[in-house]
Design a protein around this ligand. Structure first.
Ligand code: NAI
Ligand code: PYR
Ligand code: MG
Length: 467
């Protein structure tokens, strides 16, 4: 069940009802009052805003119970999540204000012309004299939005705005959401190439597989700024970070574990690749039709690549068969695929990362009693494994050193940096991954990424704190 916060504005006639009765009607219907504000108060009546936490299955009951309560009048019900989206979630602010003609002639014509000429003569100056220095495009075609699927570019916008907010708040990166009204691979590539001059980096988001692989590869080959498909690499980095720490908690080693990854799309492919690079020797990638097996032959190039890796198991099986005896389950597919009896059959001290959003592969209440370490992509349970721990710090570091790409050593360094934020003496089943509000995350990821970029020769600038 998912939870929403609703604000209920209602009038209470004092002679007929008191607040205790209202509170008890809400509680009986399954709502949880989190705050009360008095909007107007008179001798005979008062108007209050009551904020109530409701599950998606009991919101109607709460409203109905209040409608039926004598002495009350329901004025309005607003969903706080929708309120937070009114008018969108970001805006653009100038860095200085124009107070007089002198200011005007400096930031605009004629002064601006000298700056344009300087960039024309030396295009690298765009990095210091325009927003390219600190701006990332968050680009989606709306085809794989969270686990909601192909919901189109308009409906994708709230997620892209949310990513832009997180970039700014967590890492002071200016990010701009762009939702493309095309699913055509060539048109997407050409459009991104055409808009790229103003950006210092491209964060691809929620573009379905397998198109996302070609789009990213072709853009990375042709652009001189980093192109990072967040659902692939951000997710893989945070999974490796979580796994490094979860394995310490259960006392197992990367080389000895058997891992099942369910959902071999954008996130799943990248996770599998990074698991192999991290030393996993027994891997079972599973998609809708069952396991992708060693020695098999697949139309999708990434699946075919996986089938050539000797660490991938050769025995065909379904997800429910694959999970028997597994040490680790990583889900990046869709919600509600597993039940308690499935995770019960895993090896002792099992680790489950059920990361489909917004609904995980297994309901946390079903899984928790049977697994040693459990994590989801959501913020309402402990151990939130979400790529938000990765993209702000990775781009902060990349922009600061003007890296032309984000390579494997930079990603691995980011994963280790995230894991290192939780000290060994703090690690436990409920705390394998730091909170996104832990300020060390962005600064450690930034540092590790810059160091790796310099070492691998992709940094075009050495930031002052590295000189
Ligand atoms: N927690 C996090 O940070 C992240 C979570 N995700 C979540 O992971 C899921 C997948 O995301 P993407 O890889 O971007 O999507 P995608 O569309 O590229 O891949 C999804 C894959 O799951 C497979 N799949 C669907 N139903 C399945 C089933 N019943 N059994 C096995 N496989 C199944 C599809 O065939 C596809 O290959 C989404 O729910 C998304 O919200 C994705 C990125 C980050
Ligand atoms: C978190 C994220 O990027 C997703 O679920 O698609
Ligand atoms: Mg995403």
């Amino acid at each position: 069940m998912s939870y929403n916060s609703v604000v209920i504005r209602m009038e209470l006639i004092h002679a007929e009802v008191n607040f205790g009765e209202v509170a008890s009607a809400i509680a009986k219907a399954g709502g949880d009052i989190t705050s009360i504000d008095v909007i107007r108060s008179g001798p005979d009546f008062s108007v209050r805003d009551i904020t109530v936490q409701v599950g998606d299955s009991n919101e109607t009951e709460v409203i109905q119970a209040l409608k039926e309560l004598p002495g009350t009048k329901l004025i309005n019900v607003s969903d706080r999540t929708f309120l937070a989206h009114l008018g969108g979630k970001i805006s653009i602010q100038p860095t200085l204000s124009i107070k007089n003609r002198d200011d005007l002639s400096r930031v605009y014509t004629p002064g601006v012309a000298r700056v344009c000429t300087a960039i024309h003569e030396n295009p690298r100056k765009a990095f210091s004299l325009t927003i390219k220095r600190n701006t990332v495009a968050v680009i989606s075609d709306g085809t794989a939005v969270l686990g909601l699927g192909d919901i189109g570019p308009h409906a994708a916008a709230p997620v892209m705005e949310g990513k832009a907010m997180l970039f700014k708040q967590l890492a002071d990166v200016d990010a701009f959401p762009i939702c493309l009204d095309t699913k055509d691979t060539e048109e997407i590539i050409r459009t991104i190439q055409a808009i790229s001059p103003i950006f210092g980096g491209i964060n691809l988001e929620d573009i379905s597989s397998p198109r996302c692989f070609e789009i990213e590869t072709r853009l990375a080959e042709t652009l001189d700024i980093p192109v990072f498909h967040d659902d692939q690499h951000g997710t893989a980095v945070v999974v490796i970070a979580g796994l490094i720490n979860a394995l310490k908690v259960v006392g197992k080693r990367m080389e000895h574990i058997r891992v099942v990854v369910n959902g071999i799309g954008a996130a799943g492919v990248s996770i599998c690749k990074m698991l192999l690079a991290a030393g996993v020797t027994r891997l079972v990638p599973v998609d809708r039709e069952g396991a992708i097996v060693y020695g098999g032959s697949y139309e999708l190039p990434m699946w075919d690549w996986l089938s050539k890796q000797p660490q991938v198991e050769a025995k065909p099986c379904s997800l429910k068969e694959a999970i028997v005896g597994a040490d680790v389950f990583i889900g990046v597919s869709r919600g509600g695929l597993l039940q308690a009896e499935d995770v019960q059959k895993m090896a002792p001290d099992s680790i489950v990362f059920a990361m489909a959003n917004p609904h995980p592969e297994i309901d946390p209440q079903q899984a928790l009693p049977h697994v040693r370490v459990f994590a989801t992509g959501r913020s309402d349970y402990p151990n939130q494994i979400n790529n938000v721990l990765v993209f702000p710090g990775i781009f902060r570091g990349t922009l600061d050193c003007r890296a032309r790409t984000i390579n494997e050593p930079m990603k691995l360094a980011a994963a280790r940096a995230i894991a290192s934020v939780v000290y060994d003496n703090e690690l436990n089943e409920q705390y394998i991954i730091p909170s996104i509000f832990n300020e060390q995350v962005v600064s450690k990821v930034r540092h590790a990424v810059i160091e790796a970029a310099i070492l691998t020769g992709v940094a075009r600038r050495i930031p002052p704190d590295f000189r």
